[in-house]
Structures are given as C-alpha cells and as structure tokens.
Design a protein around this ligand. Structure first.
Ligand code: N2P
Length: 337
C-alpha cells in the first residue's frame, strides 16, 4: 500500500519534473531508419541538448502534418523537389549566412538547382535512386524494366511504393516520358499502366517493405537503393537495379520550419550532421549516398556519385506547382482501384 502510494506520488511528479527540465531541446521529424543509431546520442552527450525524433514514411505524410499547422518541429527532411512549394508557402526558415561552418563539405554537384533548388533554405543530406529490388531465389530472370510489374507470374508477390510521384514517375519512364511530365495524355497512360500493375500488387508500401522482402513474402519491390542495400545486407538473395527505361534520382535535405521553437539548437544539429565523420557514419548505415564530399572519402564502400552516363537515365523530380494536384488526383483514383 505504501509502495503504491509512493509510486503514485512519483508518477504525479513526472509532468512537473518534465516542465522544470530546462535543458535545451530539439525536435526532429525525419524519414524512418535514416541515420546511424549513435548520431543522436552522441549529439546529446556533446551538447546537452535533448533530442526527440519522430519519423515518417513519405513526403506526403510529412507535408500533411506541416500544412495542417504542425508546431514544435525544429528539423524536417523534405526531398529537394518540394523546396520551392515549401519556401513559397513561407514554411521554411532561411538559413542565416555563415551559420553553418561545415556547409562547404557539400559536394558542389548537389548544390546545383536541379539537386537543390533552395540552398539558402535547405542543406543536402543523402541522395538515392528509385529502382527495383528482387529476390534471386524467387525470380528467375533478373528484371530490368518497369514492365516487371505487369508480369502476372509474380502477381501477389510484388509491391510498389506508397507514393504518387514514385509510382506515376515509374510508369511515365516505362513509356519513355519524363518523371516530371504534365502532359495529360502521358499522365492518362501512366494512370492506366499504374492500374494494370496494381492488379499484380500485394500492396503499396515504401521503405517498410524491407522486412517483407527479407522474409521472402515479397519477391519484387519498387524500392530506394539504400533500403534495398539494407535488405541485401540481411539477405544476400536480394538484388537491386535501376530499370533500363530510367528512373528518378533524388536528394533529401535538412531544413528548419519557420515556426521552429529551437532555432539555435537546430542550426547546431545541422552543422553537426555536416561533419564528415557523422555524414559517413550515417551513409554507412542507411546505404544511401552522402552529399558530403569529405564524408564520402571516409567510407570504405561509398555509393559512387552518378556518372554523366547514368545521369542521362536519371532525372531529379521537379516541383510541378499547380500540376502536382493532377498527380494527387490520379493517385487517389489509382489507389481506389
Ligand atoms: C528512408 C529512406 C527514404 C529516402 N528509409 C527517400 N527519400
């Protein structure tokens, strides 16, 4: 009885204790499984800043929260094509000139407008490609085309991402079009193709498909290269390719929402993430390329920067402004079936 009363009193004290904790804080909202496990604890130890990390699985999920007026986030990780819309909506804080001592570590190829349309508002983090992962023990002929998703031989064992731009982008490339097409006829065909592929899919699922392809429940999955590399590390039967029709290349960036409560701490975190050894450790764990040039040199097995030849088959997504709505409309219809 006594113990219970004491425990009750202690529990009652918790909110009060939390309110009195004057240690500086930082709230990060980012993609799941997207940094090394030591990254945050090391930063907390070094700075005394207490960090909370919330995760999301898609840009759409993050945007929905942000546009609904989410408060309290200090760092978000939008893919770079979203930056023009976010900046225009006044949702991002301009990074003060000279605030990041380590900014020069970013390789210049990731600060060009196609990769980072707003270097004044966002710091390059990691980049990757969207392609096809498959299980060698289940799929006899290595898929080299987005057309694999129409193959009824694998019906029920395939997945595509839960992402409008990725699914429609893949279908657009399949027909030789740009992932940034706004042509109604091309998008109409992409919708028809997406619906045909849908009949063979187990689900629309992005990075969390990793566990299912490792377990062997999924044989063919549209995946990002780093998540495929993480899966391959767990199961050597898993391979990854960028289809011959081409695909997207993208870069995620770190940015500070304009209503961030802890800007000083956010800038400190960004500069920490820009250290070569921190960037390298993150890339080693996530399997993605780091935009950090000296960080790349620290990696024993870095994702090589795309060659000029590869870049002819890979396109950066662009912000499509008003036309984005058309993608979301088609996507809603595709998902409804
Ligand atoms: C999350 C990786 C996501 C990167 N595991 C997609 N931009």
């Amino acid at each position: 009885m006594r113990a219970t009363a004491a425990a009750g009193a202690a529990v009652g004290l918790l909110p009060w204790m939390a309110a009195c904790d004057r240690r500086p804080r930082l709230n990060v909202y980012m993609w799941s499984d997207y940094m090394a496990p030591e990254t945050v604890p090391d930063f907390e130890r070094e700075t005394g800043i207490r960090v909370t990390v919330d995760t999301y699985e898609s840009n759409a999920e993050m945007l929905a929260r942000l546009f609904a007026g989410a408060q309290g986030y200090d760092i978000i990780l939008p893919t770079s094509y979203l930056l023009p819309s976010l900046v225009e909506a006044g949702l991002l804080l301009q990074i003060p000139d000279g605030a990041l001592a380590n900014l020069g570590n970013i390789a210049p190829m990731f600060q060009v407008p196609s990769a980072n349309p707003h270097p004044d508002f966002a710091v390059p983090y990691e980049w990757g490609t969207s392609g096809i992962a498959w299980r060698r023990d289940k799929v006899a002929i290595p898929p080299d085309s987005w057309g694999v998703f129409f193959d009824t031989a694998y019906a029920g064992s395939m997945t595509m991402m839960d992402d409008a731009r990725e699914v429609l982008g893949a279908m657009l490339r399949y027909r030789g079009h740009s992932v940034n097409s706004t042509d109604p006829a091309e998008l109409g065909q992409a919708k028809a193709d997406a619906l045909a592929a849908r009949a063979n899919l187990l689900a629309y699922i992005s990075a969390p498909v990793r566990g299912q392809i490792v377990a062997g429940d999924v044989w063919v999955a549209q995946m990002w290269n780093g998540d495929a590399a993480q899966a391959a590390a767990e199961s050597p039967e898993i391979a990854y390719t960028v289809p011959r029709e081409g695909s997207s290349i993208w870069m995620d960036t770190m940015a500070i929402p304009s209503n961030a409560p802890n800007v000083v701490e956010a800038l400190r975190f960004l500069d920490y993430m820009l250290r070569p050894e921190v960037a390298a450790r993150n890339a080693a764990v996530t399997g993605y390329g780091t935009a950090n040039a000296p960080g790349t040199l620290l990696l024993s097995d870095p994702v090589p920067y795309p060659s000029a030849e590869e870049l002819t088959r890979l396109e950066f997504y662009r912000d499509l402004g008003e036309e984005t709505q058309r993608y979301y409309q088609i996507w809603t219809e595709v998902k409804a079936g």
